[in-house]
Design a protein around this ligand. Structure first.
Ligand SMILES: Cc1ncc(COP(=O)(O)O)c(C=O)c1O
Length: 456
């Protein structure tokens, strides 16, 4: 397996040819899932004692398996939070793998970590956080949120009075599901401010006032959202910062999706107060055009993260040694061994410059506005709310939840588009509606029109 022979050279060329072809593809086939039994029937046993050979395995992958996946960068994939990695970033993802760099410690990964840190400096500069703020790349928003919550909880538990207590976090209904999930991981409770719309400072204040003295004692963090997943809503970050400062609470912002918009001059003002947070999640694999997986967590005071996350072990002692000194990404988040997953972003930033990133993010915002206009002109549909960042919620007049679901499946089956329904909450009632999330700057007006026409 580790020998270099003609077969492995030929296989490498085949793989490179495939990668080149895929990297340069503008509109890849919109694949769809098949049941596991169907896939098994089509490809047969692939993992066997003697192996089926690279050529055959690759052929099965190309002919059958890749077709059962949805390319996240398809211009009419507007569901969930899609993605659109730059070609430069994808190329460098190959280089990152080929380079076999261990990204946990400077001692082994210095050159790669240096590149990541250059990209990180740009991310930090987008937030306007004070000097000394810094962060690391993680496997995604969930891991970034968890890393921040662990740091906040550890800081709170430094006070002996809090040591036997179960922590409590306040966030809003608009917060991403990962906040509740990660609270389970750290065994903290979550209280929700009852709004899917913007969480205002005043709502947070009311929620804090409603706590019992014991709940107030247990409260250690507030999580605001900088671009909700469902509707692109940015919480009142400045108002929330005021309260967190006054109440001495950790202020975390989950901008996993919306954080890319910090690069866009047209909406940056909506994030006023972002610079005052204790920690912020921004996912380059969402709106900063990195391949999966690449999230990021930035801390106002990275030393607190280091206190919380540094692992101890005799086999790790060498990293404390003078000769091994440098920035160790593993000390600032939950993962030890890690891919230098910020490298593709660094290469793409270095190749294209940050202005192109601004342009590409602005494009997503423009597409959302354009979709809003097209929806207003179309008698069959109407906006549920004004587009926010790159999210658009709209209803097809007269449709039931089943109609939305059947329409989604039909478009997907036809290989035409992936646009999925969501629910929008008004008071206690939920309405099923349709949702666009624009990331890919290559999505066109014709794409949006064609999707709306398919609802006629
Ligand atoms: C606001 C927000 N936070 C967190 C996440 C989770 O990120 P990941 O899927 O990278 O773990 C998402 C994913 O869509 C998100 O939109």
């Amino acid at each position: 397996m580790h020998n270099i022979d003609m077969d492995s050279v030929e296989m490498t060329l085949d793989v490179m040819k495939y990668a080149l072809n895929r990297i340069t593809m503008i509109s890849p086939e919109l694949g769809k899932p098949k049941k596991e039994e169907e896939l098994k029937a089509l490809v047969g046993e692939t993992v066997t004692a003697k192996g089926i050979g690279g050529e055959k395995a690759f052929q099965l992958f190309k002919d059958v398996l890749i077709k059962a996946t949805v390319p996240i960068d398809h211009p009419r994939h507007l569901a969930f939070v899609p993605a659109s990695p730059t070609r430069a970033a994808i190329m460098f993802d190959l280089v990152t793998s080929a380079s076999s760099i261990h990204g946990a410690y400077w001692m082994e990964g210095a050159g790669g970590i240096y590149c990541e840190n250059e990209a990180m400096k740009w991310l930090v500069s987008l937030t306007g956080m004070p000097r000394g703020a810094f962060g690391v790349f993680t496997s995604g928003g969930t891991a970034a949120n968890l890393s921040a919550m662990v740091t906040a909880r550890e800081e709170w538990r430094k006070d002996e009075n809090n040591q036997g207590e179960k922590g409590l976090i306040i966030t809003s209904i608009g917060a991403h599901s990962s906040i509740k999930s990660m609270a389970k991981v750290i065994d903290a409770d979550v209280l929700l401010v009852e709004t899917e719309d913007q969480m205002k400072g005043q709502y947070l204040e009311e929620k804090i006032k409603s706590l019992t003295p014991h709940q107030r004692k247990r409260l250690f963090a507030v999580v605001a959202t900088g671009g909700t997943t469902n509707a692109g809503i940015i919480d009142d970050l400045d108002g929330i910062a005021n309260i967190c400062q006054r109440e001495k609470l950790w202020f975390h912002i989950d901008a996993a999706y919306g954080g890319g918009a910090l690069a866009a001059d047209s909406v940056k003002h909506l994030f006023k107060g972002v610079e005052r947070c204790d920690s912020i999640t921004i996912d380059p694999h969402k709106w900063l055009f990195s391949p999966y997986d690449c999230g990021a967590i930035i801390y106002k005071n990275p030393q607190l993260a280091k206190n919380a996350h540094t692992q101890e072990g005799s086999y790790l002692d060498i990293f404390k040694d003078e000769g091994a000194h440098g920035f160790n990404p593993s000390e600032y988040q939950i993962q030890l061994t890690r891919r230098v997953r910020g490298l593709p972003l660094w290469f793409s930033l270095a190749m294209h410059g940050t202005d192109k990133y601004k342009w590409a993010v602005e494009q997503g915002i423009k597409l959302a506005k354009l979709a809003g206009k097209l929806i207003e002109e179309d008698p069959n549909v109407e906006l549920v709310r004004e587009p926010s960042l790159s999210c658009v919620l709209y209803r097809r007049k007269g449709w039931t939840p089943d109609d939305y679901r059947n329409w989604t499946y039909k478009n997907h089956r036809d290989g035409f588009a992936l646009v999925t329904p969501t629910k929008w909450r008004q008071g206690d009632s939920f309405e099923t509606v349709s949702r666009f999330c624009f990331i890919n700057p290559d999505t066109t007006e014709a794409d949006i029109k064609a999707i709306l026409d398919s609802m006629a």
